[in-house]
Design a protein. Structure first.
Length: 279
């Protein structure tokens, strides 16, 4: 099966045209979802289809090119079961990294981990024990540009299609964010920007917060303000210690990040300005 993604200016006849093109190429609808954004007048569509005869997907792609030109579409087709080449980036904390590697091993995430890059050597043993290449790329304020050049080299050589900041505690440069726009997913606790610094859960405890959570978003040059992909929360009370809050927060962070990777791998996320459309 294959996934077709498209977006264009909304106008009558788009769904009918896509359905007709699939039928004429001897392909069958398996799943379809669409959204018309009234704020921008843009139309978004995701279709899962299967070829009924050998090579039908090639015939469909050839025919669809002309249709896409008529509607001025941005579109793409990808095999549904093709794993997404993914580079993981991490610092010292390993809860998100461990969770992702477990979900990959148990086939819960359709991604191919092409390596793990870190500014610390802390997780080398964990990564290499699971058979993945570990890239130790230390960084200081003076070596930031050179270190990012090495990260880019890893991305290009590995063919990574997605970069996941699995608690990578470094700020990417504006150039890095722009060059890999829509391809870098970050995870953070939802206290930002209210609770900044090294101990957000202690600050939350001191302020007596009632809800904690996590947010996965695309990385942009505006720190922790990129388009949101997934969020989750848990209600708490005054009896929760900072240590317990941190444990709960780590669990939420891992789940939210895994869900965002799943959505990306399934080709469900459309980047639309400062927000996302998820079909």
């Amino acid at each position: 099966m294959f996934v077709l993604r498209l977006h264009c200016e909304d106008k009558p006849g788009i769904v009918a045209a896509v359905a007709t093109a699939l039928a004429n190429a001897d392909c069958n609808f398996e799943e379809a979802s669409q959204f018309n954004d009234p704020l921008s007048g843009r139309f978004f569509m995701r279709v899962v289809f299967s070829p009924c005869t050998e090579g039908a997907e090639v015939a469909f792609q050839d025919r669809f090119a002309a249709l896409a030109e008529d509607f001025v579409m941005r579109w793409g087709i990808r095999p549904q079961d093709q794993p997404l080449k993914t580079l993981l980036m991490v610092s010292k904390t390993d809860h998100c990294l461990n969770d992702i590697l477990y979900r990959v091993r148990t086939k819960q995430l359709n991604i191919e981990v092409v390596g793990v890059a870190s500014n610390h050597d802390t997780n080398r043993e964990l990564v290499e024990a699971r058979g993945y290449e570990f890239h130790h790329l230390p960084i200081t304020a003076e070596t930031k540009a050179a270190q990012e050049h090495k990260v880019r080299d890893v991305i290009e050589k590995s063919g990574a299609e997605l970069i996941v900041l699995a608690r990578y505690m470094q700020v990417l440069s504006e150039d890095m964010c722009e060059d890999y726009k829509g391809k870098v997913i970050n995870i953070h606790h939802s206290f930002l920007p209210g609770f900044k610094g090294a101990k957000p859960y202690h600050q939350a405890y001191e302020r007596g917060v009632k809800i904690i959570g996590a947010t996965a978003h695309f990385a942009t040059s505006d720190l922790d303000e990129g388009p949101i992909i997934e969020q989750d929360v848990k209600r708490i009370d005054h009896a929760f210690s900072p240590k317990k809050l941190q444990a709960i927060g780590r669990d939420i962070e891992a789940r939210v990040l895994a869900r965002s990777i799943e959505l990306y791998a399934e080709q469900r996320i459309f980047l639309h300005g400062r927000r996302t459309i998820i079909l």
